[in-house]
Design a protein around this ligand. Structure first.
Ligand code: HEC
Ligand code: HEC
Ligand code: HEC
Ligand code: HEC
Ligand code: HEC
Length: 488
């Protein structure tokens, strides 16, 4: 009985084992099939790639790339659209075309909105024309036709305003860096003839794999110097960066502070001491860089421009690994597909995709938090800019009162430093959102320089001043001869 029982149990066991094996097999097959299906769909969603045309390392025209990647190309073209946000985005203003400037639409002038900026840059090309930036589609035209072209500009300018990868390689007989060096040294008008598109697919993508790549010599060299300051030697961004890092580095090719080094106007990112504003200022002081001489005070000045990459680096988002592309090129659903939104723009025009993937709160609340940060910053920047105007007044008064040259020299040096730091956060385009506390720290440092500048003049000014009120500001003097332009 027990034998039979055992036998029956054995048979039952065998059946059960067989059944479960079969079930496992079926399940495994099912799961694998499902996984394969999901994987395929994901791949499809990630890279809906039908090779319609051959794309090589010589294909510059984005329209040709667009044949293989029509969704990305359509979004890329939409960078021509203009919509304002409270502090950013862009306003489309009509412009009557002239032979010198055929544009029919331009963006808002920033120096007209805030005349203090004009005075801050007294004697420099930025006091002639400085506008709100707009979409990538305009980068080449806006540079070609800016009023700043009234002063001769170098070929270096083109590095960040055109697709330069192929033109550099052609100019350098296949050598990117050699071509870069040649174009830097050319006059703008001559170099301009060698380029034909705003930033294009080839500038951010490897045509064979579509992987992100850095093609701009300024960043290749700049990030290498920065990494060296952190103890990492011979850093090669294209082989050593992670994919997530590349999602910011491709933007850091252009959205950075820069200067033109030496007679050959070599484009240089000043990151030898680090990426913070005061580290950059210390570097400029070490190498004795002067961009222009201030029309009213005679101080040796520095101009800062668009340090988005540097400021973002100091913020909590960068700290948490959130890349430029996460907010400015978020995934977007197009039918069944998910693509990176190549309509690079203000994330506040796109909060749903840009922020709500991480922050589960209503759109209005996110916008309010962002604008609160920007309002606070604007108030602080106002105080600092007023302080800067006061320092310029003090130095002018001291000059007319015949204050000793040594004291004036000290005050002018504080003018240079304060102005650069305020300019750094003013030129940064997020109105501090990328790193609000860092922006506040920079403004406090600037105020300290203003205070020291005024203290340096205080004793003599007090003696020279009438008992009642400070001397009224004198009319602008003719600017001392400025050195050749070294910035836009
Ligand atoms: C966490 C999201 C986030 C990240 C990450 C981020 N930004 Fe921004 N960025 C913003 C917001 C928000 C604004 C403010 C937009 C406004 O005021 O309309 C902004 C503004 C800007 C602007 C000005 C846009 C305009 O319309 O005026 C530029 C340019 C910019 N960012 C570039 C960058 C670059 C380059 C990086 C990476 C180095 C970066 N951002 C990283 C959220 C982000
Ligand atoms: C080749 C240089 C270059 C690269 C690379 C580049 N930008 Fe720009 N970007 C510019 C220039 C120049 C402008 C201003 C164009 C103008 O005002 O005509 C601009 C404008 C912008 C604006 C303002 C758009 C608006 O509507 O006001 C944003 C936002 C922006 N860029 C973000 C990014 C992000 C994010 C990346 C990386 C994914 C990036 N950029 C890569 C040069 C570049
Ligand atoms: C300023 C840099 C930049 C430019 C210019 C650019 N892209 Fe991209 N592209 C990106 C980034 C960032 C991603 C996201 C890549 C990642 O996450 O690995 C991306 C992703 C892609 C992808 C992968 C699928 C997807 O949507 O995520 C394709 C395909 C693509 N881009 C095509 C193009 C085409 C075509 C052009 C020209 C019309 C172009 N890109 C121009 C930065 C750029
Ligand atoms: C990829 C994820 C991600 C995206 C996209 C993102 N954030 Fe954040 N955000 C974070 C993280 C992580 C923090 C740090 C706080 C934390 O750990 O919760 C943060 C912090 C913040 C803070 C607090 C800032 C501070 O200084 O303490 C604000 C405000 C904010 N985010 C707004 C935004 C807005 C607005 C957008 C869209 C333009 C955005 N975030 C997009 C992940 C993200
Ligand atoms: C390192 C990259 C880089 C270089 C080099 C560069 N630009 Fe730009 N430029 C940008 C970026 C990024 C923007 C958009 C952000 C902004 O306007 O602050 C911009 C915006 C502009 C604008 C539109 C806004 C404005 O300022 O009116 C003009 C015009 C311009 N640049 C002219 C020039 C000229 C002239 C030169 C050479 C002296 C030059 N740029 C060199 C990156 C660069």
């Amino acid at each position: 009985m027990s034998g039979r029982k055992i036998g029956q149990r054995g048979k039952g066991l065998l059946l059960a084992v067989l059944a479960s094996a079969l079930l496992t097999a079926i399940l495994a097959f099912g799961v694998t099939a499902l996984l394969m299906n999901i994987h395929e769909r994901k791949e499809e969603a990630k890279n809906p790639f039908f090779r319609v045309v051959e794309i090589t390392d010589e294909t510059e025209d984005p329209e040709v790339w667009g044949k293989n990647f029509p969704l990305q190309y359509d979004l890329y073209k939409r960078t021509a659209e203009m919509s304002p946000t409270h502090y950013g985005g862009s306003d489309a203003l009509p412009h009557v075309p002239t032979p010198e400037d055929p544009r029919t639409v331009v963006s808002q002038s920033k120096i007209e909105l805030d005349p203090r900026l004009k005075r801050m840059w007294g004697g420099y090309a930025f006091a002639i024309d400085f506008r709100e930036e707009r979409g990538h589609a305009y980068m080449l035209d806006d540079q070609t036709y800016t009023g700043r072209q009234q002063k001769p500009q170098p070929g270096t300018c083109i590095h960040c305003h055109a697709s330069v990868y192929l033109p550099y390689k052609k100019l350098g007989d296949g050598d990117l860096i050699a071509g870069f060096e040649k174009m830097n040294a050319m006059p703008y008008k001559e170099a301009r003839k060698l380029v034909s598109h705003p930033v294009s697919c080839i500038d951010c993508h490897d045509p064979a794999t579509m992987q992100l790549r850095v093609t701009r010599p300024g960043f290749l060299e700049g990030v290498k110097a920065y990494k060296a300051s952190q103890g990492i030697q011979n850093y090669d961004v294209n082989t050593m960066a992670t994919r997530q890092e590349m999602r910011s580095f491709v933007c850091g090719q252009c959205h950075v502070e820069y200067y033109f080094k030496g007679d050959h106007k070599r484009l240089t990112y000043p990151w030898f001491n680090g990426l913070q504003a005061d580290q950059i200022l210390a570097y400029y002081d070490e190498v004795g860089q002067t961009d222009w001489v201030h029309a009213e005070t005679g101080a040796s000045m520095l101009k800062a421009q668009h340090p988005e990459f540097e400021l973002w680096n100091q913020g909590v988002h960068a700290r948490s690994g959130v890349a430029c592309a996460d907010c400015h090129m978020p995934y977007k659903r197009v039918g069944a597909l998910k693509v990176s939104d190549h309509q690079v723009r203000s994330p506040l025009l796109n909060i749903n995709n840009a922020c709500q993937t991480c922050h589960r709160m209503p759109e209005d609340e996110l916008k309010a938090r962002c604008e609160k940060i920007q309002d606070n910053f604007t108030q602080m920047k106002d105080v600092a800019l007023n302080g800067l105007m006061d320092l310029i007044d003090s130095i002018k008064a001291a000059q007319s009162a015949g204050v000793a040259e040594t004291q004036l020299k000290t005050a002018r040096d504080f003018h240079r430093k304060a102005s650069f730091l305020i300019d750094f956060v003013e030129a940064e385009n997020s109105t501090s959102f990328h790193a609000p506390q860092e922006a506040a720290r920079i403004l406090v440092l600037a105020l300290d320089h203003i205070r020291h500048g005024q203290l340096a003049l205080a004793p003599t000014l007090a003696a020279a001043a009438p008992a009642t009120a400070p001397a009224p500001p004198a009319p602008p003097e003719t600017p001392p001869a400025a050195p050749q332009e070294s910035h836009s």
